[in-house]
Design a protein around this ligand. Structure first.
Ligand code: UDP
Length: 238
């Protein structure tokens, strides 16, 4: 434990991170690979909470664009995050880890309700704890759910896994001369209009002074390296 720079972290994965090369749903190989990384970090001594999005199955905004009621679409999106959380729980348990899923919407035949004190207890006992159903409210995203839960449980770092290895001054997929920004304050992110998270999520992190690291989960061992204090990706701080 002593060699770790972070004691309790919350890792946010997008639903798309579970798809691998598929167009939809979950690739079991990818799920297992991520589960291994998470367990490796847990075994090094960190307390790990996870939030997984639902974009690999449904997003409320997308459903609304094709004519569905937005609130219903968001309920479907939140249920999609529960599906992903159950899949990750299964992958973690198959590899021998202790895990709990807690949902922001009551669905307690399949998982626990989110209760903050109980969540903290799970973490203290070394259980990898997955917070499902985002904030439990429509018109929010799982980025906001991740920021909210990270603050509630007293995480010392919010990690956001993306397909790019940090924040750039312009889109690195479109501009060969894009420069990676390794260290940013919350104010710089706002002044430069950089897109690191949605606005509500970012405001929560800034107001709580919660440091946020954006990194690429595709590199093997990256999670443990970050927990040991390596400055991978981009850090956003106060
Ligand atoms: N969602 C919601 N409230 C929340 C979190 C999520 O209504 O607090 C719904 C929303 O429809 C969202 C979907 O769940 O589009 C899936 O979450 P998100 O888009 O954040 O997933 P990701 O992009 O991270 O895969």
């Amino acid at each position: 434990m002593s060699e770790l720079a972070h004691r309790r972290i919350l890792l946010k994965l997008s639903g798309e991170a579970l798809m691998g090369d598929e167009d939809y749903g979950i690739d079991p190989k990818v799920l297992t690979r991520i589960a291994r990384e998470v367990i490796e970090a847990r075994e090094a001594g960190a307390e790990i909470a996870l939030v997984i999005g639902g974009g690999n199955i449904f997003r409320g905004a997308g459903l609304a664009a094709s004519g569905m009621d937005r609130v219903t679409g968001d309920h479907m999106g939140m249920l999609a995050t529960v599906i992903n959380a159950l899949a990750m729980q299964d992958a973690l348990e198959k590899l021998g880890a202790k895990c709990r899923v807690m949902s922001a919407i009551k669905i307690n035949d399949v998982c626990e309700d989110y209760i903050r004190r109980r969540a903290v207890r799970h973490l203290e006992k070394g259980r990898i704890t997955i917070f499902a159903a985002g904030t439990g409210n429509p018109f929010f995203t799982t980025d906001s759910g991740a920021a909210l839960r990270a603050i509630e449980i007293g995480a010392d770092l919010l990690l956001k896994a993306t397909k790019v290895d940090g924040v750039y001054d312009k889109d690195p997929n479109k501009h060969a001369d894009a420069i990676k920004l390794e260290n940013l304050t919350y104010d710089e992110v706002i002044a430069r209009d950089l897109q690191v998270m949605d606005t509500a999520a970012f405001a929560l992190c800034r107001d709580a002074g919660l440091p946020l690291r954006i990194f690429d989960m595709a590199q093997p061992g990256v999670l443990l390296r970050i927990l040991r204090g390596e400055p991978l990706g981009t850090l956003v701080h106060g």
